[in-house]
Design a binder for this molecule. Structure first.
Ligand SMILES: [Fe+2]
Length: 398
């Protein structure tokens, strides 16, 4: 009996050792790896270690198994290329270039602390951006801050959709100045999704324009606003916390960006909603009328109408609202711009005004995400709640 107890203690200790985290002093990966900006020929990958390290990204194009090979390969066989950064740092960022479009690549993050000890990630996979003629899908979510368990449920559902990328309409953390929240509220709960799917964020007010937003992100400069093409669509990402008055630097950039794009579909994302039926953010409807839209972004509406924007994605208000197509302050089904507020990403829900707005097509007070699929001139949007029920559907053809 005594021998059996000793054996049990010993085997428990051995098991604990074999599963253990690195010994004290050894570097650990504390965030990521996660994917950021992708093009048809490049991918940006980031991760963070808890102490300064030099780092390498190992990668290789996914291939079919050779007919004579019976065993699964060693990682080194499928990760046949690498890129090295020799300066010590804690946040590691690599843009791999000269990749092939719409192609799967395996990758693995490696870091070495000063003593030479190595830490590495699992072998993961990403896909470069699709060709302009190919169908693709993206997920939209936002306001995932403050409730990481709920956000994890939603992020896992988004990953289950196998989207090409994710658009996040902002407020990913409670206070962007608190470094720990970037991992606890955002990067950790969404890790299954973000290590395989690039995520584009439109900066929210809760990010507080903090340096951590820029440190943890890698988007085209200046990063708080930027644009990119994916498939046959153009995406313009705007900082609605910053100045958007006529003549402002960002507004001039938005006009130039939208007028230069010849893409079939034009999508815009920013945090604050130009049209919203929130109960009390734009006038407390218990006592007063509401403006039913955020004053910060009203200057953008005529620009969207002029430059043929199809959908404007926004958040800030924690629930879902889709407008009718709008032009010149009224519903215009043939030439209007549709605004979709997708702010049910985890934060505490807000309430709608008690009466319907003239622009409302659909409201839902629940946590939610949207899935968009696009092929050539067909756009489909399906909106799902946290339990996977589809509660809204939109199809556009052009
Ligand atoms: Fe917000």
């Amino acid at each position: 009996m005594r021998n059996q107890i000793l054996f049990t203690i010993l085997s428990t200790c051995l098991l604990a050792l074999s599963n253990s985290a690195p010994a004290e002093g050894e570097a650990r990966i504390i965030a990521g790896p996660y994917l950021q900006h992708t093009t048809q020929t490049s991918m940006t990958i980031m991760w963070e270690t808890d102490q300064p390290c030099i780092s390498e990204i190992h990668y290789g194009k996914a291939r079919f198994r050779p007919s004579k090979q019976k065993k699964n390969p060693d990682p080194a066989e499928i990760l046949d290329q690498k890129k090295t950064f020799k300066e010590m740092r804690t946040i590691h960022e690599f843009t791999i270039e000269r990749l092939e479009p719409e192609t799967d690549y395996f990758y693995q993050a490696h870091s070495w602390e000063s003593s030479g000890k190595e830490v590495q990630s699992d072998v993961l996979i990403f896909q470069t951006a699709v060709r302009a003629t190919s169908p693709f899908a993206y997920v939209v979510m936002g306001d995932n801050r403050s409730y990481p368990e709920r956000f994890k449920r939603l992020a896992d559902k988004a990953w289950a959709e196998r989207p090409n990328f994710v658009l996040n309409v902002g407020d990913v953390v409670t206070d962007g100045r608190n470094k720990g929240e970037w991992i606890a509220e955002y990067l950790a709960p969404a890790s299954e999704l973000m290590k395989r799917v690039p995520t584009y964020v439109a900066i929210g007010n809760h990010e507080n324009n903090a340096s951590w937003f820029y440190k943890y992100s890698s988007y085209p400069a200046p990063e708080n606003y930027y644009s990119f093409d994916y498939g046959n669509a153009h995406f313009t990402i705007i900082d609605s916390n910053a100045d958007l008055s006529p003549g402002s630097k960002q507004l001039q950039w938005i006009i130039a960006d939208l007028s230069a794009s010849k893409a079939k579909w034009k999508f815009v994302a920013h945090h604050h909603p130009p049209f919203s039926s929130d109960k009390d953010d734009y006038g407390n409807t218990d006592f007063w009328l509401s403006k039913r839209g955020d004053p910060r972004v009203q200057s953008l509406i005529p620009i969207y109408e002029k430059h043929g924007v199809d959908i404007v994605w926004c958040g800030h208000i924690h629930n879902y609202e889709r407008t009718w197509p709008i032009r010149d302050g009224k519903v215009d089904q043939s030439n209007g711009v549709i605004y979709i507020q997708a702010g049910g990403g985890a934060a505490k829900l807000e309430q709608f005004a008690p009466t319907r707005s003239w622009f409302t097509a659909k409201v839902l007070r629940n946590w939610q995400y949207c899935l968009v699929t696009i092929h050539e001139g067909t756009f489909r949007m399906m909106a799902y709640d946290l339990d996977g029920r589809m509660y809204d559907y939109l199809e556009l053809k052009k």
